[in-house]
Design a binder for this molecule. Structure first.
Ligand code: PFF
Length: 460
């Protein structure tokens, strides 16, 4: 069994390409589809504030930790953690974080690709001008009709899955780089156009107030856990995706600068998407808590009423699909890297097996919106889709992040960490250690405990 990743060891030829790839992983459906709808469901401002705090005190330290572990271990997350624990005479049980990440990746990719399939269908719908001049009611109905047809949803989910596996199998990094380099700024511009529509249509001020004026009475205990989980999801943390990418980072990359760049980019994009979408919501008297369909109702309404909207609307969904693709590729990376290290099977074959497993799981999510809409997980009232979404976001990713912080804070020798991060001043070393060893894990732990106690008392 090889201990080192060799197959793609030339992956990131410089730090800029690594930033692009990591940003490509971070920016995806989480920013444009998920953030607005969960902010809407959880009352807006106060939720956004908690989310931003989570990014700052939990997301950033965990991202630094993941990149660093990848760089130090130079292998798939599982193997990297095994390598590091052996090297420093620590328990190899810490590699369980890597195994958890592989499992989480399968679960996330299965439902992520279903939503990405919706996006693909909407590229076509907008380019054909189906929504030009449409009102919110008919656009909403069109979305529901689409979701109620399992074959349609299955078709688009399968298309996205095949495209993802094609790219994963080829291991193309050049395509990834090009995709992120041009599509990200383009998404940015189109979001600004949507915000322009919001200003013109009169919903912008309400949108800004909704997102940035915290009303703590609207924030629930579960909302805090959702904000925490989303901080992990949106930055691709807690399952080893960024760690796997970190394994190919050139030695001279500054982990700190890279992390800040990615976190800022990701957060700005999410906030812009939120501002744009709620401006459309308020301008058209829609409900901010409409759930997962929010993007698919608001954006077509706006482009349907803008000059050139047929083209720009189609382009918008195309760019969102590309953003989803670069994220989906990274979701599979911990598993791909691990299985290609262990077996002499080609990357392509492993990619196909992963694709088939995710596809089978994904069928459950496809059916959650139609045939199985009433099949719910007892006690929680979650559909199959909800269950995968919640279990990964609310439990597996934060737990993975908590363990990663503990590994960096308490398992690895401090000196190794300080050296790798280039921390020389004793004050900075101490500050970093307090953050990653105590503040980050305790914050995650407290949110878990408060939520668990709340659930228990609520059901007593
Ligand atoms: N960060 C991605 C998004 O916001 O869409 C989703 C994601 C990618 C989650 C990679 C987890 C992951 F490992």
């Amino acid at each position: 069994m090889s201990e080192q990743v060799t197959e793609r060891s030339d992956m990131w030829s410089n730090s800029f390409i690594f930033v692009l790839a990591a940003a490509g992983s971070a920016v995806g459906l989480g920013n444009i589809w998920k953030f607005p709808y969960i902010a809407g469901e959880n009352g807006g401002g106060a939720f956004v504030l908690v989310y931003l705090i989570c990014i700052a005190i939990i997301g950033i330290p965990v991202m630094v930790s993941e990149i660093m572990l990848g760089k130090l271990g130079r292998a798939s997350p599982i193997q990297a953690l095994l390598n590091l624990s052996r090297k420093h005479n620590r328990s190899t049980k810490w590699s369980i974080v890597g195994y958890m990440g592989v499992l989480t990746g399968f679960l996330i990719l299965s439902f992520y690709a279903v939503v990405a399939g919706w996006v693909c269908y909407y590229i076509l719908r907008l380019f054909t001008g189906e929504f030009s001049g449409a009102d919110a009611g008919s656009v909403g109905e069109a979305f529901n009709t689409f979701l109620s047809d399992p074959w349609q949803v299955l078709l688009w989910f399968s298309i996205f899955m095949v495209i993802t596996i094609f790219f994963v199998a080829r291991g193309v990094t050049r395509g990834l780089e090009l995709c992120v380099r041009y599509s990200m700024p383009a998404v940015f511009v189109l979001l600004l156009i949507l915000i322009g529509y919001g200003i013109h249509a009169g919903g912008f001020v309400e949108s800004a107030v909704f997102l940035f004026n915290p009303d703590f009475s609207a924030l629930t205990r579960e909302g805090v856990l959702i904000a925490l989980g989303h901080a992990f999801f949106t930055l691709s943390l807690g399952m080893g995706a960024i760690m796997a990418y970190g394994a190919y980072v050139p030695q001279d990359v500054s982990v700190g600068t890279t992390t800040f760049t990615i976190a800022i980019l990701d957060t700005v994009l999410a906030l812009l998407a939120g501002l744009a979408i709620f401006a459309i919501v308020f301008a058209n008297s829609l409900a901010p808590d409409a759930g997962p369909g929010l993007l698919f109702v608001t954006v077509p309404v706006a482009f349907g009423n803008l000059p050139g909207g047929t083209f720009f609307g189609g382009l918008f969904f195309l760019l969102v699909a590309l953003a989803a693709l670069t994220s989906a590729i990274s979701i599979s990376e911990p598993a791909i890297a691990y299985f290609s290290e262990r077996n002499k099977i080609s990357r392509a074959k492993i990619a196909v097996v992963i694709g088939v497993v995710c596809w089978v799981l994904g069928v459950g999510s496809v059916l959650s919106f139609n045939v199985w809409a009433d099949v719910k997980l007892a006690f929680f009232d979650w559909t199959f889709f909800d269950s995968l979404d919640k279990i990964t976001q609310l439990v597996l990713l934060p737990l993975g992040g908590l363990l990663i912080a503990l590994i960096v804070g308490h398992v690895l020798p401090k000196q190794v960490v300080f050296e790798e991060l280039g921390l020389v001043s004793p004050q900075i070393q101490r500050a970093w250690w307090i953050i990653v060893g105590f503040i980050t894990p305790l914050a995650v732990f407290c949110v878990f405990i408060i939520e668990a106690l709340g659930e228990i008392t609520a059901h007593m």
